[in-house]
Write a protein that binds this ligand. Structure first.
Ligand code: NAD
Length: 299
């Protein structure tokens, strides 16, 4: 079997046409068509065509895109050809990052307010002409507290941004993504969306909710061309976690089976893969980027 794939990969590519610069461009539609060309040949065709961008011309919105994981996703997605709308409570930081990323724009909005997200999505479609995907990443840690210690204000704030914020974002984004003929959405959950940690009741509840909302969205919109998946990082060094002591980081690094924490870029890699057509067979799925921490049972 392997030999057959290898032989197909070596087979000259189908009919080609000229690129504007005169170079040969293979017919990607034929290369990827019913003949079932193997992945290696498709990639070869893409490289020859100079189209090795997984998100070429896709308009992607990133909430909380002005810092940390959102910033890493915005930069990575742009490097794959996407046109990025950075949506953040911090409008100035969103604007500043958009200046550093070719073709990007910054928008100030609070994900906890539906009207903000609805207006922002309309503005993005006015500015870019369409919306093909989103990374719903904006989030806050809130106060460390058990259910008994957690104030109503902290509960409402954490649920408001981390869970209702994802609901508001999905509700505002989906009509535009459906108008574009479908697309891909990635929700930034957490290991805390699958496992509990002491004294983080509101955050744990919100992130478990994000995992559930991801699955609900996947099954409700899959047949209409929209995929929705979740990414679950463990601790990552970002401005959100910068308040932790270096000694705490070193302890956490030892606890993770890979001997370190995953980086923001590694989380962004997974998010961009889930946005891209390479993950076309995946929806409603939940992806740990956790250095193996959730694999270990500690009694
Ligand atoms: P960060 O603080 O570096 O960035 C968060 C961004 O979200 C900021 O730019 C902030 O202005 C924006 N934001 C906050 N509230 C907002 C609101 N109401 N509306 C719009 N934007 C808002 O944080 P980060 O570490 O990059 O975290 C990003 C996401 O990843 C969060 O959802 C977080 O829960 C999740 N996460 C982070 C870690 C980690 O260790 N850093 C681990 C797991 C999951």
């Amino acid at each position: 079997m392997q030999k057959i794939w290898a032989a197909r990969a070596e087979t000259p590519l189908p009919n080609s046409m000229k690129l504007p610069n005169g170079a040969e461009q293979p017919r990607l539609d034929e290369a990827q068509g019913a003949g079932g060309w193997p992945h290696a040949a498709t990639q070869h065709a893409r490289r020859r065509a100079g189209l090795d961008y997984e998100l070429k011309d896709k308009v992607i919105l990133v909430t909380g895109g002005a810092s940390g994981l959102g910033e890493a996703v915005a930069i990575k997605a742009a490097s794959q050809g996407a046109r990025i709308a950075i949506v953040d409570l911090n409008a100035e930081a969103a604007e500043a990052l958009s200046q550093r990323i070719g073709g990007a724009r910054g928008y100030g909005a609070n994900v906890a307010t539906y009207e903000d997200m609805e207006r922002t999505c309309r503005n993005i479609v006015n500015d870019f002409g369409r919306l093909d995907g989103a990374v719903n990443n904006a989030g806050i840690p809130g106060d460390w507290a058990t259910v008994v210690e957690c104030s109503k204000e902290n509960w409402e704030r954490v649920i408001g941004v981390n869970l209702t914020g994802v609901f508001n974002s999905l509700k505002a984004e989906l009509p535009h993504i459906l108008d574009a003929g479908g697309g891909s959405i990635v929700n930034m959950a957490s290991v805390s969306g699958l496992l509990a940690q002491p004294q983080a009741s509101a955050y744990i509840a919100a992130k478990h909710g994000v995992v559930g909302l991801t699955k609900a969205t996947a099954i409700d919109f899959g047949r209409r061309g929209v995929r929705c998946n979740a990414v679950c990082p463990s601790y990552v060094r970002t401005p959100m976690t910068a308040v932790l002591d270096e000694a705490v980081f070193r302890g956490m690094e030892q606890n993770h089976p890979i001997g370190r924490l995953a980086t923001a870029e590694e989380v962004a890699d997974v998010a961009v893969f889930l946005l891209s057509p390479r993950s076309g067979g995946m929806t409603g799925s939940v992806h740990l980027v956790d250095g193996g921490i959730a694999a270990e049972f500690k009694a």
